[in-house]
Design a binder for this molecule. Structure first.
Ligand SMILES: [Zn+2]
Length: 312
């Protein structure tokens, strides 16, 4: 679903990841010198004995250091909140790289007591270990990206009907103000791959996550601009009006089509629109709707499309 990098289990680290799935935090302790070890390894970091045993611990500790990453470390981590990268020192003395959740940046102090938060990040139960303040009521968060159910037509509020011949009412629709947001649509790698096959544009920046992560400017694959443009049909924008009294309605094309920012694979997008212009000419009545598609939480649009609809 999400394109965020996921932990890759190895034979050595599997007990740590499987323990997290089941709600346990486990560290390796050396049977020869009693030293605690983290990250998971084959031999003791202190005495080199190949004699380590996994033991359950509380996971509690203190904040060793942290930084607020206001620019996402990977595009997949872009969101309304800044990532707070942290190093936590556990009661056993080992240090763990993690991220802090449920804390405002100004409430964070080096040395503060912290406790673990299990964050489910994938449908298969994969859990990451995040941290929060010892007194914050948070033990588990669900971060799995799921596409929300589309809005059923009969659940939408009734719309004002405007006759295509009512020039004054049509002109009154022109506004700088956008509608509310549409439903959200998930742009995942499977959708991007399907569009690459359909369009013939299988450039690696869209289709090769490994290469895009290493060589691309966005830290991962991104959707084709044209893909994000066409899936606007999947986003039901809550237009407060409905034009009536015409014989034919055609999509007359676009006056302006721009792709100002990328859509990383795994993003949720939504859209909104406004009536930009109403014009009457020989062909009929032309309504120009400015549609903006955004990655959820991003201020800058990913697609701007001035769609022209012709009523005849
Ligand atoms: Zn040892």
């Amino acid at each position: 679903m999400s394109n965020k990098p996921m932990p890759v289990m190895t034979e050595i680290s599997a007990p740590f990841w499987n323990g997290l799935k089941e709600g346990r935090i486990q560290l390796q302790q050396c049977n020869a010198c009693q030293a605690w070890n983290f990250y998971p390894r084959r031999h003791c970091a202190r005495c080199l004995a190949h004699d380590l045993t996994w033991k359950e611990v509380s996971g509690r500790g203190t904040l060793y250091t942290f930084t607020v990453a206001r620019i996402p470390t990977l595009p997949e981590f872009a969101g309304p909140d800044a990532q707070i990268l942290a190093v936590v020192e556990l009661e056993q003395g080992v240090r763990i790289n993690t991220t802090l959740v449920g804390l405002a940046p100004e409430a964070i102090e080096i040395g503060m007591p912290v406790k673990p938060v299990r964050a489910q990040v994938k449908d298969d139960g994969t859990v990451l270990l995040r941290y929060t303040g010892a007194d914050v009521a948070l033990d588990f968060i669900d971060e799995v990206v799921r596409a929300p159910a589309p809005v059923k037509p009969d659940e939408r509020p009734p719309r004002r009907q405007i006759d295509v011949g009512d020039e004054q009412a049509l002109q009154a629709l022109v506004s700088e103000a956008f509608t509310d947001w549409s439903n959200q649509v998930l742009v995942d790698q499977a959708l991007i791959d399907a569009f690459a096959e359909l369009s013939g544009d299988d450039y690696w920046i869209h289709t090769d996550p490994e290469r895009a992560r290493k060589e691309g400017p966005f830290g991962g694959t991104i959707a084709h601009g044209a893909l994000v443009q066409v899936i606007m049909s999947r986003m039901q924008v809550p237009l407060p009006f409905e034009i009536t009294g015409f014989t034919n309605m055609v999509n007359y094309g676009s006056d302006r089509l721009r792709f100002p920012s990328p859509v990383p694979a795994g993003s949720l997008v939504h859209s909104r629109c406004r009536v930009k212009a109403v014009e009457r000419n020989k062909r009929g009545t032309q309504l120009t709707l400015e549609f903006n598609v955004h990655v959820v939480g991003q201020e800058r649009p990913a697609v701007i499309n001035d769609l022209v609809i012709l009523y005849m």
